[in-house]
Design a protein around this ligand. Structure first.
Ligand code: CUA
Length: 349
């Protein structure tokens, strides 16, 4: 019998390690390894501690196994020796994992305890996030007209360096709120209010959010963005949300689009555009839509082309979304282009 060779397994191991290193260089907009808030930092620290513990255990166990497999491999003339139990070993490999788990559990329990009781600062931005199949609605307490509520959808704006306190609700089924770089994940449950740990974003940027609980056919396409703005940008966004929208110049595509939106197509029956006659509450609020970078609850960049495709037939881009009858059947291409021009014109002045 030929002697078993070690070359093939060694090559395989080298290839696997190379793939692992290659994948580790990939970046993802939804990584928890790039925290941008105090809460995400705390999760990250815990994560790193657990990864170190798991890494050391994995190294020792797999290293020991590799050593034994090589040293005691089958050789001509050698016979395996059978043993039955070893009390010292049994006790050691029971006690060591217990100690490791205790070391991991203590900071985890402390973190869970403090995260659920962290007080909300007086100047915190207070938001209620409501999940719908399949989009997110955000309501800011007391930032709206006359100290009322300010509403937006799918793109949340918050100022950098200020605490944000978010209450979570659902309008239909169980969803889950998750912004890997900032906060989460916490379930959004019908008839129940869940509170996210208040968090302080620490870097200006746009962060990806994702529904993290299966909630129906478009679950994977139920996304959102969090814009962490400078205080000045945030304040001008809030101010523009509260201002009456200036009427577009008559006989432009934008003005025609506004009439189609409000009258011909009846979009205003389902959507609100703050500062205009549109006040429907069934679909996402479209106030300052021209400032949005995405369309369709975070699934597409808000280019003219994508917005046109979305208005025409959203179900073809996000299976499960049904608008009857489709605007592609009831509006002409020119009318849809006018609606897109109108929506894109809704900007911070
Ligand atoms: Cu909403 Cu999954």
């Amino acid at each position: 019998m030929p002697r078993p060779t070690l070359i093939r397994p060694t090559l395989l191991a080298v290839a696997l390690i190379a793939v692992a290193i290659g994948l580790a260089a990939c970046t993802s907009p939804q990584t928890t390894f790039d925290p941008r808030s105090d809460a995400a930092d705390r999760i990250f620290d815990l994560y790193i501690m657990v990864i170190w513990a798991a890494g050391i255990v994995g190294f020792l166990v797999l290293g020991g196994m590799a050593y034994i497999l090589i040293k005691f491999r089958a050789r001509p003339g050698r016979k395996a020796q059978q043993i039955h139990g070893n009390n010292a070993l049994e006790i050691a490999w029971t006690i060591i994992p217990i100690l490791i788990l205790v070391v991991i559990a203590i900071p985890t329990m402390i973190w869970i305890g403090t995260s659920s009781t962290r007080p909300v600062a007086d100047d915190a931005i207070r938001v209620t996030a409501t999940a719908h199949q399949w989009w997110f609605e955000f309501e800011y307490e007391s930032l709206g007209p006359d100290g009322g509520t300010l509403v937006t959808a799918n793109e949340l704006h918050v100022p950098v360096g200020r605490q944000v306190a978010i209450e979570l609700r659902s309008e239909d089924v169980i969803h889950s709120f998750w912004v890997p770089a900032l906060i989460g994940k916490t379930d959004m449950v019908p008839n129940r209010e869940n509170r996210l740990e208040p968090f302080i974003p620490n870097e200006i940027g746009v962060y990806w959010g994702q529904c993290a609980e299966f909630c129906g056919v478009a679950h994977a396409n139920m996304r959102f963005r969090v814009h962490v703005d400078s205080l000045a940008d945030f304040e001008s966004w809030v101010a523009a949300m509260n201002e009456p929208q200036a009427a577009p110049p008559p006989e432009t595509g934008e003005a025609r689009g506004k009439r189609i939106f409000e009258l011909t197509a009846g979009c205003a029956g389902c959507h609100t555009i703050a500062g205009t006659a549109a006040a429907g509450r069934i679909g996402p609020d479209l106030s300052l839509f021209g400032e949005r970078i995405t369309v369709g609850a975070g699934i597409l960049d808000a280019t003219d082309e994508n917005v046109r495709a979305w208005v025409s037939d959203p179900g073809s881009l996000k299976p499960g979304v049904v608008i009857m009858p489709s605007f592609a059947d009831t509006l002409s291409e020119a009318q849809i282009a006018d609606v897109v021009a109108y929506l894109k014109s809704l900007r911070v002045p």
